[in-house]
Design a protein around this ligand. Structure first.
Ligand SMILES: CC(C)(COP(=O)(O)OP(=O)(O)OC[C@H]1O[C@@H](n2cnc3c(N)ncnc32)[C@H](O)[C@@H]1OP(=O)(O)O)[C@@H](O)C(=O)NCCC(=O)NCCS
Length: 191
């Protein structure tokens, strides 16, 4: 069973360990809402994410929430997810609504599909009808997660960022996805 948990002081060491594991494996660091820059000051990060919840939409800021994906049987943080509740122009093209990661030692077990399902449930709660995501075309584990939850690829194009890789833009009809995949994922979610 799995659940989303909002970050608290009690999870300080677990959260730091999570980010350190991403770093140790040279993993992409996604869905952590900047925690990688606050490893020496978790308390400040908690303050930051609290403010983020109600941040105004400006050129630089949007409201955002972050969650730990917890495996209930051993109470372990196996993933993280950050959800931007609204988008500005900058995030419309980079980052979009949902960012996520699974800890490297727990990958390939279907956990990110549960992570995205739970994220879509949060989207519904906050009135997001169509969730927008972006992904490097070479990150198959990520775009396959999106497609496994009914994601539609709207566009693939050369990234404007350095490196000349391709990026894909996906959208997910939140209500439709929750309906279609609920029978698979609801039994895995702690009520
Ligand atoms: C992307 C990431 C979250 C995937 O997590 P995961 O728990 O391993 O993913 P899952 O096990 O739920 O698998 C999701 C889908 O990807 C596929 N997949 C998993 N690992 C894969 C790999 N290494 N290569 C290709 N496909 C892979 C799975 O088969 C599944 O697809 P399917 O349902 O069609 O079979 C994880 O690799 C990660 O944290 N990466 C670093 C951060 C990142 O890139 N975040 C996304 C930014 S857009």
């Amino acid at each position: 069973m799995f659940k989303y948990e909002e970050p608290t002081l009690g999870r300080k060491q677990d959260a730091i360990d999570y980010v350190n594991e991403l770093k140790e494996y040279n993993s992409g660091i996604n869905g952590v809402s900047g925690l990688d820059k606050y490893l020496d000051n978790y308390e400040d990060w908690l303050e930051k994410i609290e403010k983020d919840k109600n941040a105004p939409v400006t050129e630089e800021t949007v409201p955002k929430r972050v969650y730990f994906l917890v495996r209930c049987e051993d109470n372990k943080i196996v993933g993280m997810c950050a959800i931007r509740l609204k988008l500005n122009e900058k995030y419309m093209y980079y980052g979009r609504n949902i960012g996520y990661s699974i800890r490297p030692t727990e990958r390939g077990k279907g956990y990110n599909k549960i992570n995205l399902y739970l994220a879509l449930k949060e989207c519904k709660k906050y009135g997001i009808e169509k969730a927008l995501l972006d992904v490097d075309s070479n990150n198959a584990a990520s775009w396959r997660t999106m497609e496994a939850l009914g994601g539609h690829m709207d566009l693939e194009m050369e990234s404007e960022l350095e490196g000349h890789f391709k990026v894909r833009f996906y959208s997910i009809d939140v209500e439709k996805s929750l309906k279609e995949y609920g029978s698979i994922y609801e039994p895995m979610i702690e009520k």
